[in-house]
Design a protein around this ligand. Structure first.
Ligand SMILES: CC/C=C\C[C@@H](/C=C/C=C\CCCCCCCC(=O)O)OO
Ligand SMILES: [Fe+2]
Length: 703
């Protein structure tokens, strides 16, 4: 935390600095008016009213997220651009989204981002160009061609060959004109296919990745049976799931009854039913995509691994169609086995959407931005809490501004390549409304919420994991405790008792801003702690630092390793199951004749797959100027011996933790992270070199 001023609580400010302290805060708050300039250092709030672009195309009108009961959402940095002539609730978009000047990328980061973007997106551009000359919805003609993406280089396209990509990556055009000429571009082989090319086909890898993959925040304990929807059955059809005890007991090999399995905490689920079901028909009304509500059930085997038991796909009732649903399982019948493979691809597309829109964008990038704005508006740069948090905010506002410019905007990369298309970001508002609360963003509370742990003061970390070999949780809790230890010591240094806290006007104003403005749509939700004791302050600050650093790292830096080979994590499923009623006889016949082709037609198109691969490559890359959690590049600079000592202990503990993780990855008893062809779980290892390394916890949500 390279801060330029000595830390002072408000009441301790030297007299000569008092006017500076208040004046600087006033300047950083601004007056809430006018369009921001790049040289400004004003931190203010706005709703996500700039994702649509109705002035350029009526079809690009999008709802404002934030500020309404219909679409609650965290706030973003205010830019102050003119409102749209066609839709006064929408702010017009410009090439670059404003961020306060202190939030800009460094030269090194800018160059890395641009060059990586150029290299990555051009990897996409070439196959895209080749297929856009024919059809942007073209499926891959064979798995051989998919593999060739990683084997043969492709020539650089000319700027005028980028076709429709021109509107998706406008900045890239400039780079392309100035960029290198006639180079051969090659996608690096993603780590998981380097070790096991057929991992994506195996049920046990599908199950393992829910515990040690790039979206370890989704799996939850089955706590009641039969499984029931909370949606209105009059609208959406029968609430009780079609997954029966008979199906599960058969797939469990009849080693126990479902009732026994539930009581012994042996059944787990990916529950993508109630979140997606209300959107199924709206999503299906768009071209070249589809959606189901889904439930996926796993059984915890005696060796600590998960067995994939069954998948239920549901199309809700509509004015013209009855509810349709079916349960799929693995089978020795070839047709059923291919249907099982297709059902898994649908669930993987659901998980891809849940990962990018909720685990990644909503719960880290989007939820952190209000903390940054509130800290800069209410905490002086002299404030010790500002100085503690500052390293954990680095680059987040800028990367979020870039996401709004090209990724999550109307017609952006997410809408182009993920199943929900125009409803994608809206779904993250639904999740914010139904699921997000501050207290369960803390790792221990999140694990308890999902039934993946129970509190146990006698257990390591104070928690007993429901699945003992849960690599994300095992390693994440080591990191969580290390952060908690550092923050608790830091808070004790400045707040010896509760009264010091209550009297800190800047700190209370910060927290009030966070709850009532930055996350104002959830201001009355449960889960907001009062910062009324050193413990509650330490826990709240640990939660913010955990989310910005380790939670983000867990869901960000494995994206290319696990989803770079897109059959393992397709971003979209484009065709319905061939047995969905009313059965399309032609589609069913085509499936029976050539299921390989049918699966590839369900997969992302060539353009979608290569675009997503390129972006995941970009987002999984550590910059050369990255600053890592507990690293000495952000050690406290001042001569406060207590703080220096606490930080030194933090740094040492993180290095020790690295060694523990390395040992765990060699332990053959831990079958969810160690075994033939298995990618060792390294996403919680604190430090990394630059590049796509599959490890490393930056201090902040910096990419
Ligand atoms: C759903 C989004 C999830 C997380 C956000 C992501 C941040 C991405 C930020 C920018 C990506 C931009 C890629 C394309 C750049 C090309 C733009 C142009 O050429 O104009 O977290 O990692
Ligand atoms: Fe990210």
């Amino acid at each position: 935390m390279v801060c330029t001023v000595q830390p002072y609580l408000p009441g301790q400010t030297p007299p000569g600095l008092r006017s500076y302290r208040s004046k600087d805060l006033e300047e950083k708050r601004g007056d809430g008016r006018g369009e921001r300039k790049p040289s400004d250092r004003i931190y203010d709030y706005a709703t996500y009213n700039d994702l649509g672009d109705p002035d350029s195309d009526a079809a690009k009108a999008r709802p404002v997220l934030g500020g309404s009961a219909q679409f609650p959402y965290p706030r973003r940095c205010r830019t102050g651009r003119p409102m749209s002539a066609k839709d006064p609730s929408t702010e017009t978009r410009s090439g670059d989204n404003y961020v306060p000047r202190d939030e800009a990328f460094s030269e090194v980061k800018n160059l890395q981002f641009s060059v990586t973007t150029l290299r990555s997106v051009l990897h996409a551009a070439v196959p895209a160009v080749q297929s856009t000359l024919i059809d942007p919805n073209l499926a891959f003609p064979s798995f051989f061609v998919i593999d060739k993406l990683f084997e043969d280089g492709v020539e650089l396209p000319k700027a005028d060959q980028l076709g429709f990509l021109r509107s998706v990556v406008p900045r890239l055009l400039q780079l392309l004109r100035d960029g290198p000429g006639d180079q051969v571009l090659l996608f690096d082989r993603p780590a998981n296919v380097q070790k096991d090319k057929f991992a994506w086909l195996r049920d046990e890898e599908f199950a393992r990745e829910t515990l040690a993959g790039m979206n370890p925040y989704a799996i939850e304990l089955v706590r009641e049976f039969p499984l029931k929807s909370k949606l209105d059955p009059a609208v959406y059809g029968q609430a009780e799931s079609a997954i029966t005890a008979e199906v599960l007991e058969r797939q469990m090999g009849r080693v126990m009854t479902v009732a026994e399995a539930v009581s012994q905490k042996r059944l787990f689920m990916l529950d993508y039913h109630d979140l997606f079901l209300p959107y199924v028909h709206r999503i299906r009304a768009q071209a070249h995509t589809t959606m189901y509500g889904s439930r996926t059930i796993f059984f915890l085997c005696n060796d600590g691994t998960l067995r994939l038991l069954a998948i239920e796909l549901t199309r809700p009732a509509s004015p013209t169609q009855p509810q349709w649903r079916r349960v799929f399982t693995s089978s020795t019948d070839t047709t059923e086995s291919w249907l099982w493979r297709m059902a898994k691809s649908h669930v993987r597309a659901h998980d891809s959407g849940h990962h990018e829109l909720i685990s990644h964008w909503l719960r880290t990038h989007c939820a952190v931005e209000p903390y940054i704005i509130a800290a800069n508006r209410q905490l002086s740069e002299m404030h010790p809490v500002y100085q503690l948090l500052h390293p954990h905010f680095r680059y987040t506002m800028r990367i979020n501004a870039l996401a709004r410019s090209a990724l999550i905007n109307a017609g952006g990369i997410i809408e182009l390549s993920f199943s929900p298309q125009r409803y994608a970001i809206e779904l993250s508002s639904v999740a914010y409304d139904k699921l997000w609360r501050f207290d369960t963003e803390a790792l221990p509370a999140d694990l308890v919420r999902r039934g993946m742990a129970v509190e146990d003061p006698a257990a390591e970390h104070g928690l007993r994991l429901t699945i003992p070999d849960y690599p994300f949780a095992n390693d994440g809790l080591l990191v969580w405790d290390a952060i908690k230890g550092w923050v608790t010591a830091y808070v004790a240094r400045f707040y010896p008792d509760a009264s010091t806290l209550a009297g800190d006007a800047e700190l209370q104003a910060f927290w009030t801003d966070v709850r009532t403005v930055g996350h104002g749509d959830k201001k009355d939700a449960p889960g907001w702690p009062a910062l009324d004791s050193p413990d509650s302050l330490a826990h709240a600050l640990t939660t913010i630092i955990w989310v910005a650093s380790a939670h983000h790292a867990a869901v960000n830096f494995g994206q290319y390793d696990f989803a770079g080979y897109f059959p393992n994590r397709p971003s979209i499923a484009r065709t319905n199951m061939p047995v969905e009623e009313p059965v399309d006889a032609t589609a069913l016949a085509a499936f029976l004749d050539n299921p390989d082709q049918a699966l590839r037609e369900c997969f992302p198109s060539q353009v979608q797959a290569t675009l997503v691969m390129a972006v995941l490559d970009l987002l999984s890359t550590h910059s050369p100027d990255e600053e890592y959690l507990g690293g000495m590049e952000t050690a406290p600079w001042n001569d406060d011996a207590t703080v220096q000592d606490a930080y030194g202990k933090f740094n040492a503990r993180l290095k020790e933790i690295e060694g523990i993780m390395d040992e765990r990855n060699k332990d053959r008893r831990l079958k969810n992270r160690c075994g033939a062809g298995i990618l060792p779980y390294q996403l919680m290892k604190p430090f990394s070199q630059p590049g796509v390394t599959g490890m490393g916890i930056p201090n902040s949500t910096s990419i």
